[in-house]
Design a protein around this ligand. Structure first.
Ligand SMILES: *Cc1c(COP(=O)(O)O)cnc(C)c1O
Length: 392
């Protein structure tokens, strides 16, 4: 017998990643205070978090977490056993009310929620059609789900229609990010809704980066596109981005959500979110709903960054959202740019394949309502210097 060693394989794969500038490691963050923190011992301004409204450290959110912690640290069981408490029930009602949908169902994370939707709703022979740049969790969900999986070119609703038309039988789900997580652009939701209707497919929008940021009262990309919520029978909301916490919910049609609640394995076979975490999210929802002032500050920062980049000849990717990537191209240059920024006290994440397509490594700059004007200006100057140093 000549079985392969898993260790030998892991070591060889690591050497390959090393040679290709594709090693990844977690940075240790300390002394987080607003957008300032210390990373591996150096003081920086953070331009890579998804805390778009600064809610992760909002005093009322933290107070809600503390107050509810008296109920205990954990939910003690899955929802269908005894883990579904008053906090969970209230958050589901409040999300449905805010986002104008019939029903909401909580999940441990957005990743699990996407697995749940595709696994519970689609079976062998059903069709799932997705944007090529959808989040990895949607792609993985389709791969694991046993459905027929087809992808269309980025933001190409006609391409989606063509893929849907390839198969007449069975059910079909058309799924797209609302705001693309590594690009920052918004999906053509009106056109996708028309295509879904014409092709009798259900539309599922992953709005991880839209909720709290876009639309009336922060209702997200679907509202921003002027769509009635019944044009989109299913939406994903995550709590770890603009809401500053952790967890997720799928909201939408009551029959579909009811089906998930009784059959989706990533809902049934996992412990419910800690009640205090849910209480914090309820408070974050209250603040986000009425957070026009925060959104104004965020949008002013976005406009400032875009105008300043243009003035300095820095070609940001086209985006009106807090995700403002700067395309670099090579992995090595993306790493060098990020290091040059960090030397100047600006923390920006370099994003490389396989998270983004080959040859499109980039700096994923993210903005928050909590950034001050001077910090955004400081980033612009640092970007120009890093470019001159690295790209010359
Ligand atoms: C972050 C993200 C997810 C996963 O959400 P988690 O709650 O962090 O697991 C899903 N979809 C998109 C588009 C995301 O950006």
């Amino acid at each position: 017998m000549s079985r392969e060693s898993l260790q030998a394989r892991a070591i060889a794969a690591r050497a390959q990643r090393e040679a290709a500038h594709r090693r990844r490691h977690a940075r240790t963050v300390a002394r987080r205070e607003g957008v300032r923190c210390s990373v591996d011992g150096r003081e920086v301004v953070n331009f890579c978090s998804n805390d778009y409204l600064g809610l992760s450290q909002h005093p009322q959110v933290i107070a809600a977490l503390r107050d509810a912690a008296g109920e205990g640290a954990g939910a003690t069981a899955s929802h269908l056993v005894c883990g579904h408490g008053e906090q969970h029930a209230a958050l589901e009602r409040e999300l449905a009310d805010w986002l104008q949908a019939p029903r909401a169902l909580l999940f441990g994370s957005g990743y699990m929620a996407n697995l749940a939707v595709l696994q519970a709703l689609l079976g062998d022979g059903d069709l799932c059609v997705q944007d090529k740049l959808n989040h990895a969790s949607l792609i993985d969900a389709a791969r694991l789900g046993g459905c027929v999986f087809k992808r269309y070119p980025h933001a190409d609703a006609e391409g989606a229609a063509r893929q849907l038309a390839t198969q007449a039988g069975g059910a079909a789900l058309l799924s797209s990010d609302g705001v693309f997580s590594m690009d920052g652009d918004v999906a053509p939701l009106g056109e996708l809704a028309r295509v879904a209707r014409a092709q009798q497919a259900a539309l599922y929008i992953d709005d991880a980066h839209g909720v709290g940021v876009l639309g009336e009262a922060g209702r997200g990309s679907v509202d921003h596109a002027g769509l009635a919520s019944d044009a989109v029978p299913l939406r994903l909301v995550t709590f770890g981005k603009a809401l500053g916490g952790a967890g997720a919910a799928v909201i939408g049609d009551a029959d579909l959500i009811g089906h998930l609640a009784e059959t989706a394995r990533p809902y049934i076979y996992t412990t419910a979110l800690p009640p205090a975490q849910v209480a914090a999210t309820r408070e974050a929802v209250r603040i986000a709903r009425t957070g026009d002032g925060l959104r104004e500050r965020l949008n002013a920062n976005i406009e400032r960054l875009k105008a300043g980049a243009q003035a300095r000849g820095l070609a940001l990717m086209p985006s009106d959202t807090p995700i403002q990537p700067l395309l670099v191209g090579s992995d090595a240059q993306a790493l060098a740019m990020a290091a040059a920024l960090e030397d100047q006290g600006c923390w920006v994440a370099p994003i490389r394949p396989p998270t983004v397509p080959e040859g499109s490594a980039r700096l994923r700059i993210t903005l928050s309502a909590a950034h001050e004007t001077a910090q955004v200006e400081g980033l612009l100057d640092a970007l120009a210097r890093a470019r001159d140093r690295v790209m010359a």
